[in-house]
Design a protein around this ligand. Structure first.
Ligand code: DX5
Ligand code: ZN
Length: 215
């Protein structure tokens, strides 16, 4: 069964506490937090104060996805805000190995995210050092976009790389995930499914989370 990570980007920020309490009642194990800086991606979302607030409202794993340039500048701050997993973009790090070590030194799990155009093979020499591989299945920056079908192929190649290297890495799929593709993604080796709009725009989010979980 996949781990479900609902993305707060699609939540109602006027009722954030209510939405987090809903997630607390759900079968989702993780909460996905998208941090955007308006530079790495053409959108700005939220940062440490919001994450700190959410941390105070839940015991779920805070899965923090940084879509910011030079993320190494803020590793400590995200730890202090409550992040359990810190994922940085391959495309945003000149010294990815150093950044991954800094995340682990702070006691967090380290993730690396790939944009849709970035090949899996570039992770050959870092895959054994990371805990999570986030494959973007839309271009980062916005929720509610259409799933890019090439992701299926990338997922297969990611599984192969992880097996070949004997690495212990969870594969997370982020963007355009819903009931229409969850089962196929799980079958192809996805361990974690991020779901924003498919959960929060649903009439019954708890039911959708449960269906995604059982996909
Ligand atoms: C996009 C973010 C995603 C987003 C997913 O840049 O990384 O996590 O919230 O939203 P949906 O599931 O609506 O595509
Ligand atoms: Zn994300």
């Amino acid at each position: 069964m996949p781990i479900i990570a609902p993305s707060v980007l699609a939540a109602d920020f006027g009722n954030l506490q209510r939405d987090i309490e809903m997630l607390n009642q759900s079968e989702a194990e993780w909460i996905h937090l998208d941090v955007m800086d308006g530079v790495f991606v053409p959108n700005i979302s939220y940062g440490m104060p919001v994450i700190k607030t959410i941390d105070g409202l839940t015991d779920k794993v805070l899965d923090t996805h940084l879509m910011i340039v030079q993320p190494e500048r803020y590793v400590k701050e995200f730890k202090e805000a409550g992040a359990d997993i810190l994922t940085v973009h391959y495309e945003a790090c000149s010294h990815l190995h150093r950044t991954v070590q800094a995340i682990k030194d702070e006691g967090m799990k380290a993730g690396v995210a790939l944009n849709p155009h970035t090949p899996i093979e570039l992770l050959e020499d870092i895959i054994r050092d990371i805990d999570l591989l986030l494959i973007m299945s839309v271009n980062p920056g916005f929720g509610g976009q259409k799933f890019i079908r090439n992701t299926y192929e990338k997922l297969v190649r990611a599984s192969e790389l992880i097996d070949r290297k004997n690495a212990e890495v969870l594969i997370e799929i982020d963007g355009g995930v819903g009931l229409g593709n969850a089962e196929q993604l799980t079958q192809l080796g996805a361990d974690v499914l991020v779901a924003g709009n498919s959960v929060f725009s649903a009439h019954n989010p708890l039911e959708i989370i449960s269906e995604l979980k059982n996909s």
